[in-house]
Design a protein around this ligand. Structure first.
Ligand code: C2E
Ligand code: CA
Ligand code: CA
Ligand code: CA
Length: 273
């Protein structure tokens, strides 16, 4: 299993394969993991490219598995989505991220938004806005400190997306488009939906130095975002050359191993001090 090197994720030799038995086992274990409270969130700082200040964090789930150690989301989120367990996991993630952000604020730390990844199933549920609104009420976090990351695929049903996103943004929540540039979608939604930020997929950032095509795409996304009055963040920034390119093209924010991998909530407290 290939894992992000600088993470504190443990490497483990076994993983779930695709046989139906293994899938059933995983499904069963995921249900149990919710009951046993085995999920944790790590947070990756998002930095302003002009000032170097932390301007947000992205919540990223990990599974503290009793035998396998810290399991990265790529190994269980797809199956959780397929089986529908993502709904319960997603509820937990939303509430935990809001609770943690409120706790940082109560500890007197600088107020920043937390970004939460939404899966397509969560996005399509009827009562998403009520759910999010309830969670904000319960945790006491103001909506402006919650950012929801959706993917381009979720905007393909423009009617649903516009109703859903309008409700969410009315609450005061910001919407970011994750993995921008990799999805199958038209640009139409960019001017019609209430989106606040584009997140340039790390596949384009990765080869900025070697591939003039990727460099051109990144520069074009930044320019387009700004012309549409959207913020733009680059993900997967791993080296100085990539960062300098982004700075030169006036990208607003960056996230990546160059400045910090995802870390525990405790480490974020220290960084925000
Ligand atoms: P994503 O939303 O695109 O998250 C970014 C991924 O890139 C994270 O992997 C992060 O650790 C990794 N990353 C950050 N900086 C760098 C870098 O400089 N270089 C490289 N190579 N990678 C970097 P992670 O945490 O393993 O998450 C993988 C995916 O799992 C996420 O991709 C997201 O799609 C999904 N995911 C994570 N947490 C959640 C969640 O709470 N709910 C849902 N629905 N999906 C989640
Ligand atoms: Ca994301
Ligand atoms: Ca992404
Ligand atoms: Ca991704």
């Amino acid at each position: 299993v290939k894992d992000s090197g600088k993470n504190d994720c443990l490497l483990y030799s076994e993983s779930w394969d695709n046989s139906s038995l293994e899938r059933l086992t995983l499904q069963h274990e995921l249900k149990r993991a919710i009951q046993r409270d085995e999920f944790v969130l790590h947070y990756q700082p998002q930095y302003h490219l002009g000032t170097g200040e932390i301007v947000g964090v992205e919540a990223l789930i990990r599974w503290q598995h009793p035998e396998r150690g810290l399991v990265p989301p790529g190994l269980f989120i797809p199956q959780a989505e397929e089986s529908g367990i993502i709904m319960q996991i997603g509820d937990w993630v939303l509430e935990e991220a809001c609770r943690q952000n409120k706790a940082w604020q109560e500890a007197g730390l600088r107020h920043i938004p937390v970004s939460v990844n939404l899966s397509i199933r969560q996005f399509l549920q009827q009562n998403l806005t009520e759910k999010v609104s309830d969670i904000l009420n319960r945790t006491g976090l103001k909506a402006e400190y919650l950012d929801l990351e959706i993917t381009e695929t979720m905007t393909m049903d423009v009617k649903h997306a516009s109703r859903c996103l309008l409700e969410l943004t009315k609450l005061g929540i910001n919407i970011s488009i994750d993995d921008f540039g990799t999805g199958y979608s038209s640009f139409h939604y960019l001017k019609t939906l209430p989106i606040g930020r584009l997140k340039i997929d790390r596949s384009f950032v990765r080869d900025i130095q070697q591939d003039p095509g990727d460099a051109a795409i990144v520069a074009a996304i930044i320019a387009m975002a700004h012309n549409l009055n959207l913020q733009v963040i680059a993900e997967g920034v791993e080296n100085e050359v990539q960062m300098q390119f982004l700075q030169k093209h006036l990208c607003d924010e960056m996230q990546g191993y160059l400045w910090s991998p995802p870390v525990t909530g405790g480490k974020i407290s220290a960084l925000l001090q």
